[in-house]
Design a protein around this ligand. Structure first.
Ligand code: SAH
Ligand code: SF4
Ligand code: F3S
Length: 477
């Protein structure tokens, strides 16, 4: 469920772990922690919750490993490679730990949940193992580990949403923020480890979501909120009367009503759950961005059945038709898996033709990686040879490249309202921002007095495969 739209990227290697800026000067806290996050946006958002819990417990953040008394890695289990990346990083921490007595190493997140105390046996340097629903116990676990004992809490919860915890915004551009609205997943796609690592679905109290969003916009100056969940469209909150409820469409409308100057995005939508109500709310509110990440996984109905995705090819394509009918300028992006169990050449061709039909602007494309304990690992043989998986992935990547280019060329000459996110990576003379359709745009700052967080109308003049290039039309504030 990676969120940041990077054009056609092979996401076998998920986002690099990132440390972040210190949130207080060294010295103000009794001890300091360093944290790196891997995996999806939910994990990055959880890291902000962890930072808040640790800060309340008297631990300050540091970006400098050398200064850290506690080293945490918030981990991902989605593919074998994601876990291998973390294990490699742990070997680097081992050296550091050997040289500095008293440093504690903690593993957080999905790998902690999947492997539980086995992780302590396999990775001897690890002192603390904490699953995604147990972060409130971190200060107590640290205290225990400080006495030389190993500390583990991997209890999953049916209620925990960390609703009352104000995340510490880490490495933020001050413009865009994630707001978590639900946790867990009940879908049991046969290839996926997430239901095992994140537990049952639960929604967060809408009042706390609105309060957090209002604070971000009114108090902290954020201009864009992405509502996050494994399955945002399954959001469902029973009101106190237990007869009425808040659906995702209702919640979206409430968040978008905070201000027309607040942009709202959401991710991820399971195709089976996104309702016409959601599409109509998107059509009514100009500030809800017209971009839907709608993972297809495969274009073959037979494979979709084996994957337990609960929709067929035709059903998915009809959903796409509906989106285009209600939201003509909405972009679509997807997740696609190459080489799932029993995939034939014909199935693969169906994936390619579905991609053409949907005209995705970007996709995250993966080689199937068998995960222990999943339904697919138990029931089906991982029988597509690696070289075939690789070749099929390459064909998917190549096609995505063509579709992205086509989509970008189509934008040339058009004008988009862009939210400025900061200096472009290449030059401080250029701004970078995104269109409502979630495409990155780079344009000259020119003479206009603008700053990040401002909206500006940009005319697209050129493009690369990954980025639109444009020029400012008028200041739209
Ligand atoms: N909840 C989100 C997806 C979360 S995982 C959703 O359903 O859309 C992000 C993506 O990782 C999935 O969409 C899928 O394409 C990919 N993925 C999950 N398990 C995988 C596996 N075992 N091998 C390869 N890719 C996998
Ligand atoms: Fe995994 Fe499927 Fe749940 Fe997404 S919907 S997290 S792919 S089980
Ligand atoms: Fe996310 Fe990876 Fe866990 S994708 S939910 S961090 S397994």
């Amino acid at each position: 469920m990676e969120l940041l739209a990077i054009e056609g990227k092979v996401h076998d290697e998920i986002r690099q772990g990132e440390a972040f800026e210190p949130i207080s000067p060294i010295g103000a806290f009794k001890k300091h922690f360093y944290i790196e996050s891997y995996g999806c946006a939910m994990n990055f958002s959880d890291t902000e919750i962890v930072a808040s819990i640790l800060q309340k417990g008297g631990y300050g953040a540091t970006k400098n490993l050398e200064e850290a008394d506690l080293i945490f890695v918030n981990t991902c289990s989605i593919r074998e490679k994601a876990e291998a990346t973390v294990r490699k990083r742990l070997t680097e921490f081992r050296k550091l730990k050997e040289n500095r007595k008293g440093v504690l190493v903690g593993v957080l997140g999905c790998m902690a949940e999947r492997l539980k105390s086995k992780l302590l046996e396999e990775e001897k340097l690890v002192d603390i193992v904490v699953g995604p629903d147990s972060y409130r116990s971190l200060p107590a676990l640290i205290e225990k580990a400080e006495t030389g004992q190993k500390a583990v809490n991997v209890l999953l919860s049916r209620e925990e949403t960390y609703a009352d915890i104000s995340p510490v915004r880490l490495d933020s551009n001050g413009v865009s923020a994630f707001v978590s609205i639900m946790r867990g997943c009940n879908n049991m796609c046969s290839f996926c480890v997430v239901p095992f690592t994140r537990g049952r679905e639960r929604s967060r109290d809408p009042h706390s979501i609105i309060a957090e969003s209002e604070e971000l916009f009114h108090k902290n100056g954020f201009k864009e909120i992405t509502l996050l969940g494994q399955n945002v469209d399954s959001y469902y909150w029973y009101n106190d009367d237990t007869k009425t409820a808040v659906t995702f469409a209702d919640l979206l409308e409430r968040v978008a009503s905070i201000s027309p100057l607040l942009r709202v995005r959401f991710s991820t939508s399971h195709p089976k759950d996104i309702t016409d109500d959601v599409l109509h709310v998107m059509a009514r509110f100009e500030n809800i961005c017209n971009h839907i990440h709608l993972p297809i996984q495969s274009g073959s109905t037979r494979l979709l059945q084996l994957m337990n995705r609960t929709y067929s090819r035709e059903w998915y394509l009809a959903k796409v038709d509906k989106i285009k009918q209600i939201l003509p300028d909405c972009t679509l992006t997807a997740d696609i898996i190459a080489g799932f169990c029993t995939e034939t050449e014909e199935d693969h061709q169906e994936t390619l033709s579905a991609m053409e039909y949907c005209g995705y602007d970007m996709s995250y494309m993966y080689i199937y990686s068998e995960r222990p304990g999943t339904l697919a690992a138990k029931r089906f043989e991982d029988d597509v040879p690696m070289e075939v998986k690789k070749r099929r992935l390459q064909e998917i990547v190549d096609l995505q490249g063509k579709l992205s280019t086509k989509g970008n060329l189509n934008d040339i000459g058009q004008v988009f309202k862009v939210l400025i996110e900061g200096d472009s990576k290449r030059s401080a003379e250029d701004w970078t921002g995104r269109t409502p359709q979630n495409k990155h745009v780079v344009f000259k700052k020119g003479t206009k007095e603008l700053q990040k967080g401002d909206y500006v109308l940009v005319k697209i003049t050129n493009c690369t495969r990954a980025t639109l290039l444009g020029e400012i039309l008028i200041n739209n504030n």
